[in-house]
Design a protein around this ligand. Structure first.
Ligand code: B1M
Length: 188
């Protein structure tokens, strides 16, 4: 940034670094802590340094779409969700990260407030994954599923589970989550 490299080029550089690190992690060449540190570091750098500069320059960053994302109620695991958030953000999605242990009501309120194209639900425990289905039911009850696609993930979840609870898609990892989200918004 100090050398006046255009901010969008900086963001693309982060994205390619994260993609490369993700590939290395999948090949067993990196530890998970390194991937986590990279994901968090890139996300923070983009949010704290690059995006304010973009605003100063008056450059509108075209996003691929908006996703409301969180770890469902009863579950405090957020390392995987944070990696997914960082990868989606560097891939060009606007991520509204609700955090972890997110009450069902909060997902409903966030969809009403932010009008996203996607909702992402992470769960790491067999008891909490049930709440992925409860969020979908709540969104359906409120008539909020028109125009909104739901993607789920987390270690105990699967494609079969996604189908069972009426989610639109399942992603086994952060790299796949980016591909799946792109395809859900017609940019795959
Ligand atoms: Co806990 N924990 N933990 N834990 N923990 C697990 C999940 C567990 C499998 C350990 C075990 O028993 N073997 C077990 C769950 C058992 C089950 O239900 N089947 C468990 C338990 C029981 C618990 C507690 C209840 C323990 C206790 O207090 N008695 C408690 C939870 C309390 C609660 O939530 N209410 C607890 C607490 C914790 C810590 C706080 C110590 C810590 C979490 C720290 C944090 O997240 N901030 C922790 C950790 C670290 C783990 C393990 C060791 C690692 C999880 C992790 O971060 N993996 C885990 C055991 C294990 O997995 N070996 C375990 C790395 C991460 C990058 O992977 O989260 O799978 P993952 O995310 C991946 C994919 O799943 C996917 O992409 C990510 C990146 O590639 N993905 C998505 C995730 N979300 C996605 C969303 C998407 C798409 C893809 O779309 C929206």
């Amino acid at each position: 940034m100090d050398q006046n490299v255009p901010p969008l080029e900086v963001i693309n550089a982060f994205a390619s670094v994260l993609r490369e690190m993700g590939d290395k992690y999948e090949r067993g060449e990196l530890y998970i802590v390194e991937l986590i540190a990279a994901g968090e570091g890139c996300r923070k750098a983009i949010m704290d340094i690059v995006e304010p500069k973009l605003k100063l320059l008056g450059v509108e960053r075209k996003t691929l779409g908006k996703i409301v994302l969180g770890t469902v109620e009863g579950d405090i695991h957020d390392i995987g969700k944070n990696i997914v958030a960082a990868m989606l953000s560097t891939a060009g999605f606007e991520v509204v990260d609700l955090g972890r242990d997110v009450p069902i009501k909060k997902f409903v309120e966030a969809v009403k407030e932010h009008d996203p194209q996607l909702v992402g639900l992470s769960a790491l425990m067999t008891i909490s994954m049930i709440n992925q289905g409860e969020v979908i039911k709540a969104l359906e009850r409120e008539g909020l599923l028109k125009g909104v696609k739901v993607v789920i993930g987390g270690a105990p979840t699967s494609q079969q589970w996604a189908e069972k609870i009426g989610a639109d898609a399942y992603a086994p990892d952060a790299i796949e989550a980016v591909a799946v989200c792109k395809s859900l918004v017609g940019r795959g």
